[in-house]
Ligand binder design. Sequence first.
Ligand SMILES: [Mn+2]
Length: 397
Amino acid sequence: MRIAMLSDFHLGYERFREDAYRQAEEALSQAAEKSDAILIPGDIFDNREPSPDVLAEAITLFRNLSGRKWGAKVISFSGEGRNFTSVPVIAIPGTHERRAEGVEDPVDLLGLAGLLVDATNAQLVIEKDGERVAVRGLGGIADDRFREIIEREKPRPIGGMFNIFFFHQSIYELLPFSKDFLRTDELPEGFDLYVNGHIHGRVESRAHGKPFLISGSTVLTQLKDGEQEQKGFYIFETKTKEYSFNKINSRRFVLLRIRIDGRSPAEIEAEMERLIKKESAAGDRPILRIEIEGVLKDGYRSLDLNQQEIISRYRDLAVVEIGKLGIESKQQTGVQASADALPDGASIKDFGLGVFVDKLRENKYDLQRNPTELFEMLSTDESKDKVVKKVVDRLLE
Ligand SMILES: [Mn+2]
């Protein structure tokens, strides 16, 4: 049986809303052509309470799949919830959809509508021409509880068939940030294939000597090094145990670096414009992130560099993001200097952002998620704990 693994569509992701939909659609239709069953390990939605428009996108995608003729069928299901379809399109909720226990999340809704099989804490069997494949799913949960859930549920394979363990969590070897994250050798044993979501870059690894695959997201969310690769999904053939990565036509992403070496903001702006024109010459409106590093010409500060103007001027040619964290001024920076450098009429928020960026730079921040986005997230009215948790989730998603 050919099993396709597609992950992290992030439907409704505001920044690249159309890409999220179009790229999920392409991945799903390619997967339906080339495989017998589809597994989606979480984050179909970017938000646990998607708007009706975003729900409509998901319904359209999955209704199209339900209408196809499938050679494989889901022939048994036992689990927390109920199953309403035999179409072998199987999903679990991820971190972005997770809600309190006992409360419906948007993946539950698609399951209730019979548009997919919701495999949250469930064991199911797919059959095609006499071959059976078992899938043991666990919905994405807080990483500090994953170990406890595995100990409690003790997921086990079913004898006499190919077994897949299907989940959505951080893994310590891939994200070594917290001891809460499970190590691959702590995953339940005895499965023939481990399929995870959550991590947006593609990963081919092993767990208990068996393939452990992460397809990565179908849409770009973190503009950082290592994300330039085209998006896509794996197809695994259960008989030969071979797998391959199928690329989709995802929007091109290019990371560019400019060394400033004593140049003035006007000279750097000219350099940026030259690069933007060159990189967008193919007419495919790529995403370009330009990182600027080095010491500015005497008397200038990073605030003198007008990135907003450049971003809007080239909006039709490319999605441009400019990172100025690596810029140093010859003069003393700090709060007073930032305030002095603030143009008349600039808002306190811009001033705050300047201070925030200075602080990040002092602390050698290198996670490359846009500081403006972090600042926006931190400036909501929610409680400090909630906001900090959200930002950490965002950094690790
Ligand atoms: Mn995700």
